[in-house]
Design a protein around this ligand. Sequence first.
Ligand code: CTP
Length: 397
Amino acid sequence: MISGKKILIGITGSISAYKTITLIRLLVKKGADVRIVITPAAKDFVSPMVLSTFSNHKVYQEFVENDIWENHVILGRWADLFLIAPASCNTISKMATGLCDNFLMATYLSATCKTVIVPAMDEEMWLHPSTQNNIKTLASYGNDVIEPREGLLASGLIGKGRLPEPEELVTILEESYCRSNELAGKNILITAGPTEELIDPVRFITNRSSGKMGFAIAEVLYLLGANVKLVSGPVSIETKYKGIQIIEVQTAKDMFEICREEQEKFDIGIFSAAVADYTISHPENEKIKKKDENLNISLSKTKDILGSMGELKRKDQKIIGFALETNNGEENAISKLKNKHADLIVLNMLNSDNDVFNNDFNKVSFIESNENIIHFNTASKKEVALKIADYIISNWK
Ligand code: CTP
């Protein structure tokens, strides 16, 4: 997780330096401790005053400021990660040869953490053999390079050379450099979203579900180091993290079959999907035409995925179920805990105080295996996912 990570950002002379302001705001908002070092040329593109305001710290610029020697060695050792973004052609060239003529270069040469270089320049400069050789040299020293993106460049030309957007950079940092290891090695299976049961090729019955809760759980657990498989019904959201394995399904039967295949492999199963309880007994192959005044459709019960996983559960496996109730919430949730052999039920009530379908917030209670109930205040779905993660780490690690 990015929260608590010490991230040093080196900014050099490139038009795209303006994007670092948003990058810093996003990182600080996620709880990172951000410090900034800039080259003299960078000051033509972004103001140190703005950078220090958003990072809440002074910006390192010179070896000596106000007659005090700035300690680049300590700064280089302080960081968990040194991100040089944007990295100009000039700075890349100096880094490849070790030319130490400014504070950023001295900090780079002193840094003991991973350095990630994010070049940004015009396409010809990027493709020039000297730049490409410098990049190869820097990679051979153990630095990582995030390649420039294609698009409109400051010159007005279109090509490869753009700094990735700040949101994309944050995702890369979260996924590749800031995953923590609290749940490392844990295999987690999650179901999310609704299922669709076909009546005919153009119609289906479904449950209301955005999939947001299940996706939030998948993302939080993944960033805590777990191996996450997400079995999702049809949803209009996606995850930005490439390492989360998504298996897309349509029907309750498809979802059941995947979970059955995965049953022996997971350490923790989290069943948040709004699975249809009934499917169409005899779906039509052709579109049903409107003829009679009434149309009767026969429905048959689907398999209960959570219940089946609960029955098959080994002693070392843990299972979390969800309960969405409109009335008698705690009583119904306790029955689901027992009947489905779950180790925890997350209860959400659907009422005027908690419109769980139409917003990013949710108010939940946890029903523990001994029927103890823990109540939480309304929180974002991400915060609810973090509470589930805390529960797993404190009780089942
Ligand atoms: N569930 C499941 N498979 C089903 C139905 C439900 O895995 N065929 C899971 C849900 O993902 C959830 C839990 O069972 O974790 C409870 O779902 P819910 O719809 O609240 O309860 P049901 O068991 O379907 O009972 P009812 O609809 O009567 O409340």
